[in-house]
Design a protein around this ligand. Structure first.
Ligand code: 5RP
Length: 273
């Protein structure tokens, strides 16, 4: 592996434990100004300090993020259809040159296994990896599975394995309660989980804890952080699970403590250093 690729991966995954807290704020690329993301700058700025990397589109990056940030940027480079259309009809929307210009640490693309355009989205991934390898750019494959398919270990495992076989360096998938460890086992590259729809904070912490216990390398989470009643407390609770071996209940206590603090600076320092 070349130096550039190694260096970027080392900025995505914490060097002491190999884990990552990625903050996903890319939903607008097909959903528009969805709940919690009407003003992305306001949503992102208090959270930026707490994520290991931020997953966004180039438009939000250029318009809403201060270029003096030290937070590594992971760029979503696929898109096309809106929520009103056929979601699997995606293509590569942002070039490798642009990702390099924006100093990205990685690029992310969706594949739609079991959907109408499954084959094209998988070959999009292959093309992206071919180009990314030339520039030492890690590729995250975001695995969406067909609407009719259960989000179970069989289908998630299928999608993750395909993504890794095509060359993704990191795979994002959903957590499944049963046999998630088999999904991880079957995928030779690190897996991070998406959070999915907003659920109660304690449930999201349990999901994250279980995913990490069963071998996930971290989270690339959006709604369960930015739609939380207290996003800043929630991202720190998620960090505590991913990086500090907190159980879900311990992290929930931390969430409640931070939520109830007027000035949470001291607790923040404790959990991030
Ligand atoms: C949308 C995405 C999101 O980044 C992903 O779903 C993570 O966000 P959430 O935790 O809200 O599910 O890839 O296609």
């Amino acid at each position: 592996m070349d130096w550039g690729m190694k260096n970027r991966l080392s900025r995505i995954f914490n060097q002491s434990n190999g884990k990552a807290v990625m903050l996903a704020i890319d939903h607008g690329y097909f959903q528009g100004p969805t709940t919690g993301l009407r003003n992305p700058r306001e949503t992102i700025s208090p959270l930026l300090h707490y994520c290991d990397s931020l997953f966004v589109t180039r438009g939000i990056l250029r318009n809403c993020i201060n270029p003096n940030t030290n937070t590594p940027i992971f760029l979503r480079v696929s898109g096309g259809p809106s929520v009103l259309g056929e979601l699997s009809n995606e293509d590569i929307t942002t070039s490798m040159k642009e990702a390099l210009r924006l100093n990205a640490v990685g690029v992310g693309i969706s594949i739609f296994v079991g959907e109408k355009n499954e084959d094209r989205t998988i070959s999009n991934l292959g093309r992206l990896v071919n180009e990314a390898e030339d520039f030492g750019m890690p590729v995250l494959a975001i695995t969406a599975v067909g609407k009719e398919m259960e989000r179970d270990a069989r289908y998630l495992g299928l999608a993750c394995r395909i993504a890794a076989e095509i060359g993704a360096h990191i795979v994002k998938t959903y957590y499944c309660a049963e046999d998630f460890e088999k999904v991880v086992e079957g995928c030779p590259v690190p897996i991070v989980i998406a959070g999915g729809k907003k659920i109660p904070e304690l449930d999201a912490l349990h999901m994250s804890y279980n995913a990490i216990s069963k071998g996930a390398a971290g989270v690339d989470m959006g709604r369960n952080i930015f739609q939380s009643e207290n996003p800043v407390a929630m991202i720190q609770a998620i960090r505590a699970v991913v990086h500090e071996n907190y159980t879900a209940n311990e992290a929930f206590e931390l969430f409640n403590r931070l939520k109830n603090m007027k000035d949470d600076t001291h607790a923040i320092e404790k959990i991030t250093h």
